[in-house]
Ligand binder design. Structure first.
Ligand code: AMP
Ligand code: MG
Length: 327
């Protein structure tokens, strides 16, 4: 897709986007996880614009993105040795810390809670933008609320065709899956959202880490059962079930398969890698490709693995397939 809203991340374009942010505008920002929709974290009107653009429920708080740990500290009342150790070990990188908030973190970004989420992204363009804007940025994933996340600049335009904010093109996201959200406000550290930093990596710093069963986190606002979902009805099935499902259906089905799979007319397949890093990187692009195909149903081949990064991948796949909540 070609769009004059997509900007190469030259110093001039980064400066132009930084000015736009200082004036209360929104910018599509590449990060190493997924693309974010960025705004000045201390400009409440700009933050409201994010919620409107995404149709994001008001109870779903935002992550504050910073260039340095000192900038994160100003949004938190709580910053102890453990936070510093985690920042030293994992920042810049895909780890979000939930901490008791300071007065700088307004209700508009915390959804009225007494906690705030902070992270320092590792992508050079995100870091350059935060530095040039000279302020912390809130940056939820750049997609319509509940829909598939964006891992290219073109995806961001697809999600927001009517809006005019610019998108800095940082290429395809290197990790492709959201940050791990870690709550440090209770007696024990607890993973609220599995993500690109695995539990095993965190346990090097946090031996008493708690990782709830997928689907039972509940505690993190915004981790709704249905999320990351294509528009097309989507089901998670085992590899062994796929052939029967295809044979019994005359309407076209698109299979998100692990490795190559022959599906036969009128069906189609999108091939996903069996390596977790490569699978995560392609996850949202694969879901989008399946959604855009002719299939009236998407069958996702359930990865048979559960450890390491597969945990975060399975969390996203299960939510992508959860039934819509009827209102
Ligand atoms: P996204 O909108 O994809 O960037 O995801 C942001 C997620 O971070 C939210 O949906 C929450 O799950 C989590 N989060 C942000 N702020 C907080 C907070 N104060 N407490 C708990 N979780 C949070
Ligand atoms: Mg999101």
């Amino acid at each position: 897709m070609n769009s004059d809203r997509i900007l190469e991340p030259t110093p001039e374009h980064v400066e132009r986007c930084a000015r736009h942010l200082r004036e209360g505008g929104l910018v599509g920002m590449p990060t190493e996880t997924v693309y974010g929709l960025a705004a000045d974290a201390c400009d409440q009107e700009a933050v409201r614009r994010i919620y409107r653009a995404k149709s994001r429920p008001a109870g779903n708080p935002l992550i504050v993105h910073v260039a340095r740990a000192e900038q994160a500290r100003s949004f938190c009342e709580q910053w102890d040795d453990r936070c510093q150790q985690l920042a030293d070990a994992f920042w810049p990188g895909p780890l979000t810390l939930v901490l008791k908030r300071s007065a700088l973190a307004s209700d508009s970004i915390t959804a009225g809670q007494s906690t705030v989420a902070v992270r320092s992204p590792a992508h050079d363009v995100a870091r350059a933008l935060i530095e040039a804007a000279d302020r912390a940025l809130v940056a939820p994933s750049a997609n319509q609320s509940g829909h598939v996340s964006s891992t290219t600049a073109a995806h961001v335009i697809t999600e927001f065709p009517e809006l005019e904010f610019p998108v800095l093109d940082g290429g395809m996201c290197a990790l492709g899956i959201e940050s791990t959200v870690l709550d440090l406000t209770g007696d024990h550290p607890i993973v609220l959202r599995p993500g690109a930093v695995t539990a095993r990596a965190l346990r090097n710093v946090l031996p008493d880490l708690e990782v709830p069963v997928i689907g039972e986190q509940g505690a993190s606002p915004g981790t709704a059962p249905r999320h990351y979902a294509p528009h097309t009805p989507t089901e998670l099935v085992t590899g062994g079930e796929i052939q029967d499902r295809l044979a019994g259906c005359s309407a076209p089905i698109t299979v998100l398969s692990i490795g190559p799979r022959r599906v036969g007319v009128p069906h189609a397949s999108v091939e996903m890698p069996d390596d977790p890093d490569a699978y995560a990187r392609k996850l949202y692009a694969g879901l989008r490709e399946a959604d855009e195909s002719d299939g009236s149903l998407i069958l996702i081949e359930s990865p048979p693995w559960t450890d390491g990064l597969w945990r975060a991948i399975n969390d996203r796949l299960q939510r992508a397939c959860a039934p819509p909540v009827s209102s």
